[in-house]
Design a binder for this molecule. Structure first.
Ligand code: NAD
Length: 296
């Protein structure tokens, strides 16, 4: 396995391209937006510089990593020689189904087709291809070059040999793979999102303030980040989307998103990326300031 095509050059796609290229794979990074490809290459170069500053990488490693990444805006050309495709495009069911129909058409018959989706059913994605046995979830965590976990998701029809190959490949990338089955939220988000939703509900019901809730979980449970800050970092729209997947998928009211979360997303308060969520974010500042809306 040598040629890796990565679809989508956003937050996750640039990190996935980075780790594969750094480990000696040949990467083709594909996006419909040329500006996203340029931005991704600049981000990768900046992150490699950070590794050099830490003493974990040499300038020569940086050049060989960047030299191993090609870019393309045409999916059919970009996947023509792929041994593995990792799809990391926008989290939208119809968009992903459409991409996998095209991958089935244009990627070599022997290629494994993986999705980095946080919440969409791998079984559903696989069902639009003529090779569901070769479709699998490879759920990298953000930021990809830093986070060790890869959640590997077996679709209903995924072949055991494909799972074994992806487990070995994840280890080759220096990651720790965990194999799980394809049910809503897999494991990571099935456990994380109800915790975040409960933190938001505690705030909504006035049990405690933003700072208190996050401090209890940081100092009491040794979490590096409180659940409200983490929700802001992930994006409140993304959290809401995943909670809806859990709610619809299990039909259990315990997954119903908190009305406060729904209101915040509807009003465009999406967390760090929009400048305000539970905290207020000022470009260039690392201070954690609680949003004035939640100050008593
Ligand atoms: P993003 O919005 O940063 O990037 C998505 C990229 O996909 C954009 O550059 C967009 O131009 C591109 N794209 C859209 N349609 C395309 C198409 N048809 N062909 C090629 N490129 C296309 O999104 P992201 O945060 O990187 O998320 C990507 C995937 O990774 C999603 O499935 C998401 O659920 C998953 N994920 C995200 C995180 C996270 O923390 N952001 C963590 C784990 C998994």
């Amino acid at each position: 396995m040598q040629n890796i095509s990565v679809i989508g050059a956003g937050t996750m796609g640039n990190g996935i391209a980075h780790v594969f290229a750094q480990k000696g794979f040949t990467v083709t990074l594909i996006d419909t937006q040329p500006a996203q490809l340029e931005k991704a290459l600049a981000t990768i170069a900046r992150n490699l510089d950070r590794q050099i500053a830490k003493g974990t990488l040499t300038e020569q490693d940086k050049q060989s990593t960047l030299g191993a990444i090609n870019t393309s805006t045409t999916l059919s050309e970009g996947v023509a020689k792929a041994d593995l495709v990792v799809e990391a495009a926008t989290e939208n069911v119809d968009l992903k189904l459409n991409i996998f129909r095209q991958l089935d058409e244009h990627a070599p018959q022997s290629a494994i087709l993986a999705s980095n989706t946080s919440s969409i059913s791998i079984t559903r994605i696989a069902s639009v291809t003529r090779r569901p046995q070769s479709v699998i979830g490879l759920h990298f965590m953000n930021p990809v070059p830093v986070m060790q976990l890869v959640e590997i998701i077996n679709g209903y029809a995924t072949d055991e040999s494909v799972t074994k190959k992806m487990t070995a490949l994840s280890e080759k990338l220096g990651k720790v793979p965990c194999v799980v089955n394809d049910y809503p939220g897999f494991i990571a988000n099935r456990i994380l999102m109800p915790m975040i939703n409960e933190a938001i509900t505690s705030l909504f019901e006035g049990v405690a303030g933003v700072q208190e809730i996050d401090t209890v979980m940081k100092l009491g449970m040794a979490h590096p980040m409180g659940p409200l800050q983490l929700a802001d970092f992930i994006g409140l729209d993304v959290c809401l989307y995943i909670l809806r997947v859990l709610h619809d998928g299990f039909g259990n009211p315990k997954y119903a998103p908190c009305p406060l979360l729904v209101n915040m997303v509807t009003a465009g308060y999406l967390g760090a990326k929009s400048g305000e969520g539970f905290y207020k974010y000022t470009p260039g500042s690392k201070d954690l300031v609680v949003s004035a809306r939640f100050n008593a």
